[in-house]
Design a protein around this ligand. Structure first.
Ligand code: NAD
Length: 312
């Protein structure tokens, strides 16, 4: 991707800031973020680049947001409430930040005549799928979290806007993304807990939870390389899967080898209500379209554990 004018929502977040790092090399990038979970620190290295401009703004503020669409070729829409557990207590946040905010993006694109959107969806749309690895065409889709439900609704609006107004859309259902600048999820949680208490690591669930993890560089390269290909709907993950027990043991081995791991349990052995206990994505469509990932699931986790120690 070269010479484009690109708008990235959620640019100061974990994946957004890693994406900007790739895009600013050869494109002009407008990064938009309200800093609700993102940090300016994540994008500080780009603030002096002639290819990057940062706008602190809530994308639901439709009128100001529309003004940012001037001359934009492609929107990468990554902003969201990405904290699945938060939606249990605050049961409207996912609708507001993931559905309403996506509509705001689509409306702004329509009024600014922007024709391409790339969206970060999630494996959470599959819920507790009976088929693992789960292919893109799996159904019926029955999300078990408000987060998964809101991402599925956002996907649906992206499809309908694409069909009604001639947008090109690409939707990526990510596995668990880990790595540099990561701020949420089990790895940062474990590392932060071990910093507070060197003797015991409390782990949610029974430890048998097993999912696929993808390193953030492989994820970002995937969306850049695959957008616009086939029908635009892709799972992005790795073939391998890693258990929470393995993740906890690797984190303890690195940061506090004598710590005891205490599995505190959870609903049906999962970490929390809405946590998918067993998941894995069929990524053959992405692979057949020329994308390759470099780091397998457990190595991605191992590398992210080191990253988390540097940033937590
Ligand atoms: P993140 O929380 O680090 O990034 C989200 C960013 O969006 C934050 O910087 C936040 O401040 C910003 N934001 C939220 N609401 C906003 C609003 N109304 N206006 C402007 N900015 C707003 O999360 P992340 O892990 O980087 O996730 C990025 C995207 O990838 C999300 O859409 C998430 O659902 C999706 N995703 C992430 C994972 C993962 O494992 N991290 C897995 C699947 C899908």
């Amino acid at each position: 991707m070269k010479g484009k004018r690109i708008l990235v929502t959620g640019a100061a977040g974990f994946i957004g800031s890693n994406l900007v790092e790739y895009l600013v090399r050869d494109n002009s990038v407008i990064g938009v973020d309200n800093l609700s979970s993102g940090k300016k620190e994540n994008i500080k290295e780009f603030l002096t680049s002639k290819n990057f401009v940062f706008k602190q703004m809530d994308i639901k503020d439709s009128e100001s947001f529309k003004r940012e669409m001037d001359g934009v070729d492609i929107v990468f829409h990554l902003s969201a409430n990405a904290d699945v557990r938060r939606g249990f207590d605050d049961s409207v946040i996912d609708f507001r930040e993931n559905v309403q905010a996506t509509l705001s993006v689509l409306e702004a694109m329509r009024s600014g005549d922007v024709k391409e959107i790339i969206f970060s969806s999630t494996s959470a749309v599959y819920g507790n799928a009976e088929m693992i690895p789960t292919p893109e065409q799996y159904g019926p889709l029955r999300p078990i979290s408000h987060y998964g439900a809101s991402k599925l609704a956002a996907e649906a609006f992206i499809f309908s806007f694409s069909s009604n107004y001639g947008f090109t859309s690409s939707i990526f259902r990510f596995a668990n993304v880990v790595g540099r600048k990561g701020t949420h999820g089990a790895i940062s949680d474990f590392v932060a807990k071990l910093k507070r208490n060197k003797d015991v690591l409390d782990v949610l669930g029974d430890g048998t939870q097993k999912k696929s993890y993808i390193y953030v560089d492989d994820c970002v390269k995937g969306i850049i390389e695959l957008h616009g290909k086939e029908d635009g709907l892709f799972n992005l993950g790795t073939k391998g899967r890693t258990s929470v027990r393995e993740m906890a043991e690797m984190t303890v081995a690195r940061y506090s080898p004598n710590a005891r791991i205490n599995y505190v349990g959870g609903p049906g052995g999962a970490g929390w209500v809405g946590d998918i206990k067993f998941g894995g994505l069929d990524i053959s469509k992405a692979l057949r379209n020329g994308w390759k990932y470099e780091i397998e699931s457990t190595d991605a986790v191992r590398k992210a554990i080191v990253d988390a120690g540097e940033s937590t």
